[in-house]
Design a protein around this ligand. Structure first.
Ligand code: B3K
Ligand code: ZN
Length: 881
């Protein structure tokens, strides 16, 4: 990295305890969109655990105008403090004192959406990770925890609703049509969990009785027009509350749980204590406007934020390097919640798909970092797939290693030891180790070493001794600053199948008895051999059942062996995976054919296996839909030495079109068998059916025949729900036919008043594989509904095009790259967090051919040359180039 930039790198090893602690915080907000006055009263004292004598006090503060400052009730003389760009410094404070500051901020000008800002009819906050310092001067770090008392003052007409964390302890009227509300949060919390919301909102109210019989008020705040779209979120919340009691014995702790939906939000949602703020896309749903996937995502995010109340809020992070302590753990918890609410195998498959398509790519590139990073310039850049989703896999491995009872004991011990504290990942793993009576020292490498490990498995069968050896080698590629890796401790869940597909008993040599059909081998060394005895014939190994570790598995399966696993293995993940491996081989072979100028032809055996699966009436339909979905272009790309986006797209499309033609009758039949028999209900248990039906339609549409287009257009016009509407519109949007324009126009006309649906409309066009897509996307930037200030809208167009349309983004002309860089530079001044997120596609430049490499690098350099580049964008671009 260049040494000329002014950004300071924060390193994990430099952690020191805070010099001062804050016991209580009193805040008073005179709310106004243009100018809000924030009066704070902090009870500070020197930290008894600090290193050395109490030095100067350095409070964090950004974009604040200091109006007044008092220490112990006396106005501070100018020589006793200084205001720096990002700090307020008091060189020589007493041991214990009260600091009162009045600052002025402007929510309306806050387009970064961090701190206090305007979204539609309300003022709201986002403080994680470092937004609180944009509200008032503070020790804005998670290990400074305090009790907050907050008074909000606003004109009653503009903001009838005034919310903050905790309990409302006082309300009242003030002159000039203003009113106020005072809130007290009895739980000590770090500043990142602080929240206020004020605006013209209405609430959906409900009740929840906890396992100990306490009655909790549930309040979901939205704009009046959205009140009818809250039922699913509320039902999901109640399910999450019950689930956490049943699975982890965790009960809610305040009397009220509030959720507010806002349209302008940088990420999905935020777990502020007692007052979650949500991106409205993860709250609002109706059958007409939300797809089955949307319903699913809402349940997941509602669960996630709720589960944070224990894993994140009651026990929080000591410093931001420990982020996965709360995020990895909470991802694991929300995954398990969703798995219990729907099909567990399908949930696992979807999670693995996401991990492999996004986290693996991150781990293989210049932005690779450990689950617990070592250094950052901008912490917001580390809310990453690695910290969240690989972090979740790490927790899952602990659960697999310890077993359900051991894991639960470990969780209980963790809560018992650390409730109310700000801790590190080490404390969590120690609780697991102590509860399970295990040494997890080596396991900690998962937190410290980046990169995706590769397991290479070979085997050897000896008929004379009826013994079977599995030889497992593990390695991990070099990542930035980590050239060498040590072996990981990991669970390899497996089984053995005979050639009829029957599961064989698994007895390791030296063991007596025991004839389990599935077991977990623990790996610790770079190479290990496991010898099974009493094996009657050379078996087919079923490896990494339920995807027991976030690794890449290499085993040289024959086509017959993959078919055997696909049709007979007891583990649904392995069944699915065998099909994916097979499909991947077929497509990548075709890629090679195409690259070498040979014609493409699809093997009959592949079509036959596909037909068998498609017509297997015994299969669960949601599972079937997963099994019949080909590996994504991005996942195929990961497996190529040099990514050829055109060849991948064409080979994959060729397979889809060939299947669509040769199995047309079967696809039509299955589609008909899945036709709806009554009106849509999101929870009717038929979402798998709808998914399969829409998948059949997309295969039928792949060759582009008129009857298929008619069928799609017919479904589009008659659909009574968004799942089927999008299911038809998506293939139409990718089809060069007159119905395309017609359907997109009708869709927009019908839904132009609904933000969430208009986002879908932008995305459908941005992800179309038609050759003219980039020009359409550029034209859409000028659409009256496109706004650079709204993150969802930016993601729906710019993000969707650059992250979900590999073949068009990587157009050989480089036009896609220029487009993206232009938008990043525009966003840089508006919203640095969103701008930085948009840079990631460029970080993959090394994976492409020389010409594309050159062009992508040029755009990265253009970004880096921009004067006034935000450090968020700088960090990603500089590491990428
Ligand atoms: N904790 C928040 C994410 C905050 C992101 C800050 N840039 C949401 C979540 O993970 O639940
Ligand atoms: Zn989270």
């Amino acid at each position: 990295m260049s040494h000329t930039h002014a950004h300071v790198e924060i390193r994990r090893e430099d952690y020191t305890p805070p010099d001062y602690l804050i016991e209580t915080v009193e805040l008073r907000f005179e709310l106004d969109a243009e100018t809000t006055l924030v009066s704070s009263r902090l009870a500070l004292h020197a930290n008894p655990d600090r290193v050395g004598r109490a030095p100067e006090l350095r409070l964090d503060g950004e974009e604040l105008k200091l109006i007044s400052l008092q220490l112990d009730g006396v106005e501070l003389a100018p020589e006793r403090y200084r205001v720096e760009e990002k700090h307020l410094v008091i060189p020589d404070p007493p041991e214990r004192f009260i600091l009162e500051a009045v600052t002025e901020i402007s929510p309306a000008r806050n387009t970064a959406l961090s701190g206090l800002y305007v979204s539609g009819p309300m003022l709201c906050t986002q403080c994680e990770a470092e937004g609180f310092r944009r509200i008032t001067y503070f020790l804005d770090r998670p290990d400074v925890m305090a009790v907050y008392r907050v008074t909000l003052v606003a004109p009653k007409s503009k903001a009838p609703v005034l919310l903050a964390n905790g309990n409302r302890i006082e309300t009242g009227e003030l002159p000039d049509g203003r009113h106020y509300a005072t809130w007290l949060d009895p739980f000590k919390k770090p500043s990142y969990l602080f929240a206020v919301v004020a605006g013209d909102l209405v609430a959906l109210n409900d009740r929840f009785t906890t396992m100990s019989g306490r009655k909790i008020n549930l309040e979901l705040y939205v704009e009046q027009k959205n009140l009818g779209k809250c039922d699913h979120a509320m039902a999901s919340l109640k399910r999450a509350m019950r689930w956490d009691e049943e699975k982890f014995g965790r009960e809610y702790d305040l009397d009220t749980y509030m959720i507010v939906a806002v349209d302008d939000f940088n990420m999905g949602a935020m777990e502020n204590k007692g007052l979650n703020v949500f991106n409205s896309r993860y709250v609002l749903a109706s059958p007409e406007t939300a797809t089955d996937d949307d319903y699913q995502a809402i349940e997941e995010v509602i669960g996630h934020e709720y589960f944070h109340n224990w894993t994140g809020n009651r026990i929080t992070c000591r410093d931001w390097f420990q982020l996965s302590l709360k995020e990895g753990l909470t991802i694991y918890r929300d995954q398990e919640f969703s798995a219990d609410m729907q099909s567990r195998p399908v949930k696992r498959i979807t999670d693995v798909r996401l991990l492999r398509s996004s986290q693996f790519a991150e781990d293989a590139g210049p932005l690779a970092h450990p689950v617990r990073p070592d250094a950052y310039l901008e912490i917001n850049n580390f809310y990453s797939m690695t910290v969240y989703h690989k972090g979740g896999e790490v927790i899952r491995m602990l659960a697999t290693l310890l077993g359900p009872d051991g894991f639960r004991k470990g969780m209980d011990l963790y809560f018992e030891r650390h409730d109310g504290q700000a801790v590190r990942v080490d404390e969590f793993v120690q609780a697991m180790a102590d509860a399970g009576g295990r040494d997890l020292g080596q396991f900690m490498r998962w937190y410290d070493q980046a990169g995706t490990p590769v397991l290479t498995v070979t085997d050897h069968y000896d008929a004379a001794t009826r013994s079977y050896q599995l030889i497992v080698e593990q390695s991990c590629p070099a990542t930035p600053n980590q050239p060498e890796k040590k072996p990981f401790h990991l669970p390899l869940a497996m089984g053995l199948l005979d050639r009829q597909g029957r599961e064989l008993p698994l007895r390791l040599s030296g063991e007596t008895g025991g004839d389990s059909r599935s077991r977990v081998l623990e790996l610790r060394e770079a190479q290990e051999t496991f010898t099974f005895t009493g094996v009657p014939e050379k078996p087919v190994p079923s490896l990494l059942r339920n995807y027991s570790a976030p690794v890449k598995l290499r085993y040289d399966y024959t086509e017959e062996e993959l078919v055997l696993l696909m049709t007979h293995d007891s583990d649904p993940f392995v069944r699915w995976e065998a099909g994916q491996v097979r499909a991947g081989q077929v497509i990548l072979d075709l890629v090679a054919d195409r690259q070498q100028g040979r014609g493409m032809a699809l093997e009959d055996s592949f079509v036959a296996a596909f037909r068998t699966l498609l017509t297997d009436a015994k299969q669960d339909r949601a599972f079937l839909a997963e099994a019949l979905t080909l590996p994504a272009e991005s996942y195929l790309a990961e497996q190529m030495e040099v990514i050829d986006p055109d060849a991948i797209f064409e080979a994959r499309e060729f397979v889809r079109a060939t299947l669509g033609t040769r199995l047309a009758a079967e696809f039509q039949q299955t589609r008909a068998a899945c036709a709806p028999s009554g009106p849509y209900r999101p929870d009717d248990g038929l979402s798998g059916c709808r998914r399969l039906r829409n998948l059949c339609l997309s295969y039928l549409m792949a060759p582009g025949s008129q009857p298929a287009i008619d069928a799609a257009f017919g479904q589009f016009r008659s659909a009574d729900n968004m799942t089927d509407s999008i299911g038809a519109l998506m293939p139409l949007a990718g089809c060069d036919c007159p119905e395309r324009g017609e359907a997109l126009r009708m869709f927009y006309e019908k839904w132009k008043g609904d933000r969430g649906v208009v986002d879908k409309w932008f995305t459908l066009q941005a992800t179309s594989r038609l050759p003219g897509t980039l020009s359409e996307v550029i034209a859409l930037l000028d659409h009256p509904d496109f706004e650079f200030t709204n993150p969802n809208r930016v993601r729906s167009l710019v993000g969707a095009f650059s992250q979900s349309n590999q073949v068009r983004f990587h157009d050989a002309s480089g036009a896609g790259y220029r487009f993206l860089a232009d938008q990043i530079l525009k966003l840089n001044t508006i919203n640095p967090q969103i701008a930085a997120r948009m840079v990631t596609p460029f970080s993959r430049w090394r994976r492409f051919d020389a010409k594309r490499q050159e062009m992508m690098k040029k755009e990265l350099e253009r970004i880096l040359a921009e004067p006034g580049l935000a450090k968020d964008v700088y960090e990603i671009a500089a590491k990428s180039v």
